[in-house]
Design a binder for this molecule. Structure first.
Ligand code: HEM
Length: 128
């Protein structure tokens, strides 16, 4: 039978766009995240849009352009500490609130993002 993907269930491209916009507007002002991101979020927003589309079952937009995501490897050049994992997830949760993404689809998405975020951790806590 036909099974819908999370991507379709939440409203597809438009919802992913809104989520990405809301998310990076929070990352851009978060004291723990801001320092490791570039000033200009244009490129990272586009990449995340492509990635999240395929991550939630939409078309493989990211891989079509960049090949295998290898996300952990692509994050190795940035110090992803436990604090930054929590910060990333808190921005994501706040972005989901902001765009009105609720209920079981939101919970399913957040669980997957949580696992992936923890998998990105590559550096112990930095000293002040
Ligand atoms: C790229 C930080 C988790 C997906 C990046 C960049 C940084 C970063 C600094 C590079 C920005 C640049 O281009 O200069 C973090 C931190 C995380 C985290 C601190 C904490 C857990 C995640 C998660 C995902 C993700 C959970 C996916 C669900 C991506 C993607 C890119 C990216 C797709 C672009 C990769 C590319 O260059 O093609 N991230 N990230 N990140 N991140 Fe994360």
């Amino acid at each position: 039978y036909y099974e819908s993907t999370l991507y379709e269930l939440i409203g597809g491209a438009e919802t992913i766009r809104r989520l990405v916009e809301a998310f990076y507007s929070k990352v851009a002002v978060h004291p723990d995240l801001k320092p490791i991101f570039p000033e200009d979020f244009t490129e990272v927003k586009e990449k995340q849009y492509l990635f999240l589309t395929q991550f939630f079952g939409g078309p493989p937009l990211y891989s079509n352009v960049y090949g295998h995501p290898m996300l952990r490897a692509r994050h190795m050049q940035f110090p992803v500490t436990p604090t930054r994992v929590q910060a990333w997830l808190s921005c994501m949760s706040a972005a989901m609130d902001e765009i009105g993404l609720e209920g079981t689809y939101r919970d399913a998405m957040f669980e997957r993002l949580k696992m992936t975020a923890h998998h990105m951790m590559n550096t112990p806590e930095e000293k002040e």
